[in-house]
Design a protein around this ligand. Structure first.
Ligand code: ADP
Length: 142
């Protein structure tokens, strides 16, 4: 049923990320689907400067670290390499996730609900933005 599953990950939240990924990998195996990991970083002045100066390869440390973490996460998944990929986007998670879901023609988005320590909200702010703005089905993992 699913062919393309988008998993937006907050790489700083190891536990939340692992939980959502477990569900995504399970569904991907059942459906022979591809899994795309996406981390959204805030637009920093370092990135704007590097592009403005014509050196887009001069990435800031946050994006280098994010890329390393995403790669490690991809390598740890129990799926064939050709069925997993990752990318980084810059801007608001809600908007970038919607754009990315369209471009990979995602038929499912799998997210964590909120950080475990925060007990006042059942759905985090990014999670609720994703649920509201996505054109596709969203699985919220608790
Ligand atoms: P909280 O507000 O408790 O931190 P969030 O709404 O930010 O909760 O996180 C819920 C889910 O939203 C995460 O599990 C992840 O799937 C997604 N998410 C949050 N931040 C990002 C981000 N920067 N990039 C990609 N996905 C994110």
């Amino acid at each position: 049923m699913y062919k393309s599953i988008l998993v937006p990950v907050d790489i700083l939240e190891e536990e939340l990320t692992r939980n959502a990924l477990k569900h995504a990998v399970y569904l991907a195996k059942l459906a022979d689907a591809k899994v795309y990991l996406l981390h959204v970083l805030p637009i920093s002045s370092a990135i704007i400067n590097s592009y403005a100066l014509g050196y887009p390869e001069l990435k800031d440390r946050a994006s280098i670290k994010a890329e390393e973490d995403l790669k490690a996460l991809v390598d740890s998944l129990d799926l064939p390499k050709e069925r997993v990929s990752y990318s980084i986007a810059f801007g608001s998670p809600r908007d970038e996730i919607a754009v990315s879901a369209e471009s990979i023609e995602a038929d499912l988005i799998v997210i964590g609900s909120r950080r475990p320590g925060i007990t006042t909200h059942l759905l985090g702010s990014n999670a609720s933005g994703i649920v509201r703005y996505a054109n596709t089905s969203v699985l919220v993992v608790r």
